[in-house]
Unconditional design. Structure first.
Length: 393
């Protein structure tokens, strides 16, 4: 079984045979030309039919993108007093990456603490007043049972108890509200210290962009920093309908880039878009590349070499051997004696450079790769390089 390396000389051999054919025609005598025309003998170049593996490879171009992007933005307005990181700095999840002026927020916390203290004092007073009203109500009830207190006195005491109960509930609600306002003030204060809290579990990323400097005043949701994940990194290519049907997630790819011309990076197909862009009739394909050293950067141009199909035991001929007769494709196979050819219809498969996979009956030996326009099924041929070798011997 032939290896792909053995098929690479086919193109060179075809060119050599073509030169020999031209030399043979130039060195023939007029009598030989007349004899050939009369006998319908055609001079041709041939190449062997080979068995072995063949691969369909494509080179796609694209660009690198950050796998994940995290935009750092404040939740509250304020003046930036410190940004401890800059472009290309590594950032761990939870690190503080910006600090805003917190004076107003600290004052709001102190005010909320004072409001809570007042609410607690009001609650204590309401509780004490309620206890007094409850005792007064119990005494009035006892006196009424003995016939000492009148109904109007009892009603007045009962109304006073109900009022004190309502005041106590209001005081409780005021405490709850004061606690909530204090908690809100503390949360707003915490927002002045801005941290890199992305959602996934990746522990470290890199600062890609810095949008503000110390001293600037920002509003809520104004971008401060762009933090990206570059290991692994994503390569994005666009494929046409012809190649789309052959691509599958998990396919391996070898990447090269102008930044590192002598280095090959390994990756694999990760996601394939289910739609085509109407403007280009191409689909987006994302590939994942390990980038532990951080050599590859978002925005770099890359070339991806992907094997789309492979046949381990294929019949392979030079692409130049493929001939069309009407609506049929085929090859001219040289008979065992090397003097005639037979027409063999074929179905073509994978093409790899100057070689192509074929299938059909009687595909053994050699095929004609130059001079097919002179041939029909059963035509007599002469192979100039072989004739020259016999003459020399």
């Amino acid at each position: 079984m032939s290896s792909p390396s053995k098929r690479r000389p086919i193109a060179i051999a075809t060119l050599v045979l073509a030169a020999l054919l031209l030399f043979w025609w130039l060195t023939q005598s007029p009598e030989d030309d007349v004899s050939n025309d009369r006998g319908r003998i055609a001079a041709v170049a041939v190449a062997p039919i080979q068995d072995g593996p063949i691969e369909l490879k494509r080179i796609f171009t694209g660009a690198l993108e950050a796998r994940n992007k995290f935009v750092v933005a404040p939740k509250v307005a304020g003046r930036v007093i410190d940004i401890p990181v800059d472009i290309s700095d590594p950032v761990d999840r939870g690190d503080t990456v910006a600090i805003l002026d917190a004076a107003e927020f600290e004052q709001a916390v102190r005010q909320a603490e004072a409001d809570l203290a007042v609410a607690n004092a009001n609650l204590a007073e309401a509780k004490s007043t309620l206890e007094i009203a409850q005792r007064a109500y119990q005494r009035s009830s006892t006196l009424r049972e003995r016939g000492i207190a009148s109904d109007s006195e009892y009603d007045n005491v009962q109304a006073a108890l109900l009022a004190r109960q309502a005041e106590f509930k209001v005081a409780e609600a005021q405490v709850i509200r004061a606690k909530s306002e204090l908690e809100s003030a503390r949360i707003r204060l915490s927002y002045t210290r801005i941290t890199a809290d992305w959602a996934d579990k990746e522990s470290q990323r890199v600062v890609a962009e810095r949008y503000v400097d110390e001293g600037e005043t920002v509003s809520p949701n104004d971008p401060l920093l762009l933090i990206v994940e570059i290991n692994p990194i994503t390569a994005v290519i666009n494929v046409t309908e012809r190649d789309y049907r052959l691509l599958k997630p998990g396919f391996q790819a070898a990447f090269t880039t102008d930044a590192f011309p002598n280095t090959v990076f390994e990756g694999q197909v990760e996601r394939i878009s289910p739609i085509f862009r109407e403007s280009s009739r191409q689909a987006r394909v994302e590939l994942s590349l390990d980038n532990p050293q951080g050599q590859l950067k978002p925005g770099m141009f890359v070339r991806a070499n992907i094997t789309l199909d492979r046949v381990d035991d294929a019949i392979v001929v030079p692409y130049a051997a493929i001939t069309r007769r009407g609506s049929e494709e085929g090859v001219f196979v040289v008979d065992a004696g090397g003097e005639t050819v037979s027409w063999r219809p074929v179905e073509t498969g994978i093409r790899a450079g100057e070689a192509i996979q074929v299938s059909g009956e009687g595909l053994q030996g050699r095929v004609v790769v130059l001079g097919q326009h002179l041939l029909d099924d059963g035509s007599e041929i002469v192979i100039p390089d072989e004739e020259g070798s016999e003459s020399e011997s």
